[in-house]
Design a protein around this ligand. Structure first.
Ligand code: FAQ
Length: 314
């Protein structure tokens, strides 16, 4: 006998409650599928677009060792995009469709990748702050309710830890260098601090998706809770390096054991999300060009697969 929607919904909620993962062939509410697809496609696009600001510096890395590390990191980010696209495809949408939405400017990706990398120190700052923020978020996403997404996150977090360390080490090297190198590291921190805090999304009072995502345990903490966790971890690291935090309102509250901080410029986040950040157009144009340049590779791969299938059938 076919189960009623109410019964399917009851079983789905029971699984979520008990921490049993939802798998691609399981019944799920349409909104759950849509929310996951929205979030996963945005996340996959972020990884791929996220290769661009750092990729800019591969040819300008100051030593062979730094170049090797940077190359490995940028390639990792491409791989993360692929894991997440695969995960998103289990929800019934083809990767090419998701990519087309990105190229048409209809799909979002993280605001952080619309800022320029103007100095070598930015490469260290991205690893330390941006990957550091990604780890705080993704460690919890790895415990989320949708099997393919949470499993992709486990592997990704391991790689992000290496990214975070190499960034911190790079900044630590600059901070023990000449006055010019220290100034370059501080200037970079000043430019990336606030955009990094915005990566966690709008404040809880202005986050329309959080309610559903928390109810379904896709997200396990709110945007503000994650932002606080990141700040509490990062300030002692900055202090150890001798970096000054560009926030006059920042202070430690010994009672709550948390840092209190000033508010990011939320209008800036809205502008960047809506396509008007410093590098939005440049990033999208680079992806459009890369897609066109890769067309012959996809065609060749398809022709090879078709030929092989014909050979096997004959
Ligand atoms: N940028 O209701 P909420 C990385 C949008 S990967 C752009 O709070 P939600 C690794 C949001 O989509 C970084 N858009 O949304 C790396 C929604 O619009 P929609 C990416 C943003 O989903 C390192 C609207 O605002 N990580 O860094 C942003 O509950 C180095 C309302 O917001 C992920 O994507 C933003 N910052 O929470 C790679 C993690 N914030 O879709 C290369 C997965 C909000 O309704 C180099 N995603 N919006 O039209 C998430 O955790 C969540 O989706 C949030 C947003 C936290 C991003």
């Amino acid at each position: 006998m076919e189960k009623s929607i109410e019964e399917l919904e009851r079983q789905f909620n029971e699984k979520i409650e008990k921490g049993i993962k939802i798998e691609p062939k399981d019944w799920m509410p349409d909104r759950y599928r849509k929310q996951l697809l929205r979030m996963m496609s945005q996340h996959a696009h972020s990884e791929v677009v996220g290769m661009l600001p750092e990729g800019n510096w591969i040819t300008r890395a100051p030593s062979l060792k730094r170049k090797t590390v940077l190359l490995a990191k940028v390639q990792d980010e491409g791989g993360h995009g692929l894991y997440i696209y695969c995960g998103a495809e289990t929800l019934g949408v083809d990767r090419s469709e998701m990519i087309q939405q990105l190229l048409d400017g209809k799909a979002k990706y993280s605001s952080i990748f619309n800022y320029p990398t103007v100095s070598w120190a930015d490469i260290g700052t991205i690893g330390w702050l941006v990957d550091g923020a990604a780890i705080v978020n993704q460690t919890l996403l790895a415990k989320g309710s949708y099997g393919p997404y949470s499993r992709a996150m486990v592997r990704i977090c391991k790689e992000e830890n290496f990214h975070h360390r190499q960034g911190y080490e790079l900044i630590s090297t600059l901070m023990s260098g000449t006055p010019e190198q220290r100034a370059m590291a501080q200037d970079s921190f000043n430019r990336w601090w606030w955009p990094t805090l915005m990566m966690f999304g709008p404040s809880d009072a202005h986050s329309p998706n959080s309610g559903e995502l928390l109810k379904w345990k896709v997200k396990l903490m709110t945007n503000d809770e994650l932002r606080q966790r990141f700040i509490d971890r990062t300030i002692p690291q900055a202090e150890a390096l001798g970096i000054t935090i560009p926030d006059p309102d920042l202070k430690y509250n010994p009672e709550t054991k948390h840092y209190e901080y000033g508010q990011p410029n939320w209008e800036e986040l809205t502008n960047v999300i809506n396509g008007n950040g410093p590098c939005n157009k440049q990033r999208l144009n680079t992806r459009i060009e890369a897609e066109a340049n890769g067309q012959w590779v996809r065609e060749a791969a398809e022709a090879y697969a078709a030929k092989r299938a014909m050979k096997q059938a004959s």
